[in-house]
Design a protein around this ligand. Structure first.
Ligand code: LLP
Length: 436
């Protein structure tokens, strides 16, 4: 299936599939996350098919976009889920996930979470330390179960991405170094409550080339071979997530290219079960954030601010990672340029002004875009922030007592609410009952 851009300008107006963004904002208010059903499903099918020759199980990473309807859509399409907490297991199950397609990662699983996972019969726990494997062994033994586990390796490979989202380098809290992992797997052969069945990798996010995956996989396969020789029944190789998307409109590495680069290693591994955990690739390009401009503010210091009703509590990626998201007016006679780069200062044939797109939150770091060339926009008009389907709403908060945004799902010419905008009552409810 071809992957298409489902957010397009038609006659000077932004559409999500066949629904005008203006209409969505009028019906559901702003700020509002707008997801395209077709985009989510196409991306899922695309990455599944790219790794299809190995029958890879795609476990969508719930942390990037945990909306129940989004998860349900993907579960119905056959997706499994990568989770990192009891809360995410709960979400995935509530959305109809098959427990045998759930893998559970994270450095700090509590005894309660381990028990919940085992009782629900999930596929595999990805272990990140010896004490954690011991804890799983204790819980599983008490429940009379044998937990299938994968050891998450820290292969000490640089994914060449933002420092805050690099996870496969020695010195980060993630995974277990190869020598330690080997010792642990060998020791665990005699433990009743666990069986080391797999090796798990997750190097960081987003990763713009296949090379880090190749390096890590080469190291992992040497270990798999040694473990098998020592009698460990390792049949699962989990490559994690990190597959990049384009935030500028330029071409980036595709799932087919990652798969081609890993082909030789994957075939050599002779692992019957291959798992991948994409989050961003499936959801990232599948949503925009609609925001209405409240005021235009021109300062005597030469700055021009477009003050909008979406803020860092709605989308924290620019603030937290200096992440770049395209921002463009919803009404724009010329549409949006095909490519918008962070260093872009002008566009040929377009009259623009330099602006900071900011929100109402009381922090200087509260911005969605800085120093951007944009066509002139007036107060009351709508702007769209692109490619926010992954780690957008999911990282939102109530900071400054701001209710979380609405989320809607577009399917063709239809648009439906999949999460209503929070109310003041939602925010103060858990305290009201306990007011001193
Ligand atoms: N598997 C594991 C074990 C993970 O920790 C993650 C993401 C994924 C899979 C999915 O990675 P993806 O395919 O989405 O790249 N908040 C940051 C990204 C944090 C990623 C955390 N782990 C951002 O907004 O860029």
């Amino acid at each position: 299936m071809a992957v298409q851009n489902r957010f397009t300008y038609r006659a000077g107006e932004l559409y999500c599939e066949d629904v005008p963004a203006e209409r969505i904002a009028a019906e559901h208010g702003t700020p509002c996350y707008v997801y395209s059903r077709a985009s989510l499903l196409e991306r899922y099918a695309d990455i599944r098919d790219a790794f299809g020759q190995w029958g890879a199980l795609v476990c969508f990473s719930v942390k990037c976009c945990g909306n129940l309807s989004v998860l349900k859509l993907l579960a119905e399409a056959g997706s499994g889920f990568d989770v990192v907490s009891g809360g995410e297991i709960c979400r995935a199950l509530r959305a109809g996930a098959d427990p045998q397609k759930i893998v559970f990662a994270g450095v700090g699983k509590t005894g309660e979470e381990i028990e919940y996972a085992l009782r629900e019969g999930i596929l595999m726990l990805n272990v990140e330390s010896r004490p954690e494997l011991e804890a799983i062994n204790v819980v599983a033994t008490r429940l009379g179960a044998r937990a299938a586990v994968a050891i998450r390796l820290n292969p000490d490979v640089d994914a060449r991405t933002h420092a805050k989202t690099t996870t496969g380098k020695g010195g980060t809290k993630f995974g277990i170094g190869i020598r330690t992992a080997e010792r642990l797997a060998l020791d665990a052969r005699s433990w009743d409550g666990v069986e080391v069945r797999g090796i798990h990798l997750h190097l960081g996010s987003p990763i713009y080339s296949a090379e880090p995956y190749e390096s890590a996989l080469t190291k992992a396969l040497e270990l798999v071979e040694r473990l098998r020789e020592a009698g460990c029944p390792v049949d699962t190789l989990n490559l994690g997530g990190g597959y990049c998307i384009s935030y500028t409109g330029e071409e980036v590495t595709t799932p087919q290219q990652y798969a081609a680069a890993l082909r030789t290693s994957l075939e050599k591994s002779a692992c019957p079960v291959i798992i991948i955990e994409p989050g961003r690739y499936i959801a990232g390009n599948g949503a925009v954030l609609l925001t209405r401009m409240i005021y235009r503010k021109e300062s005597e210091f030469g700055k021009r601010f477009l003050i909008c009703d979406a803020a860092m509590n709605d989308l924290i990626r620019p603030t937290l990672y200096e992440a770049f998201h395209r921002v463009w007016p919803v009404r724009s006679a010329e549409g949006m340029p095909q490519v918008v780069r962070p260093d872009q200062s002008s566009f040929e044939g377009l009259v623009t002004e330099r602006v900071d797109v900011v929100g109402p939150v009381c922090e200087t770091g509260d911005y969605l875009a800085r120093n951007r060339p944009l066509p002139r926009v007036e107060a009351g008009e709508l702007l769209a922030v692109f490619d926010v389907g992954a780690y957008g709403f999911a990282m939102g908060s109530n900071y400054n007592a701001r209710p979380r945004a609405a989320e809607v799902l577009v399917d063709g010419a239809e648009c439906r609410l999949i999460r209503r905008r929070e109310t003041c009552g939602d925010m103060i409810g858990p305290e009201e009952e306990w007011l001193i």
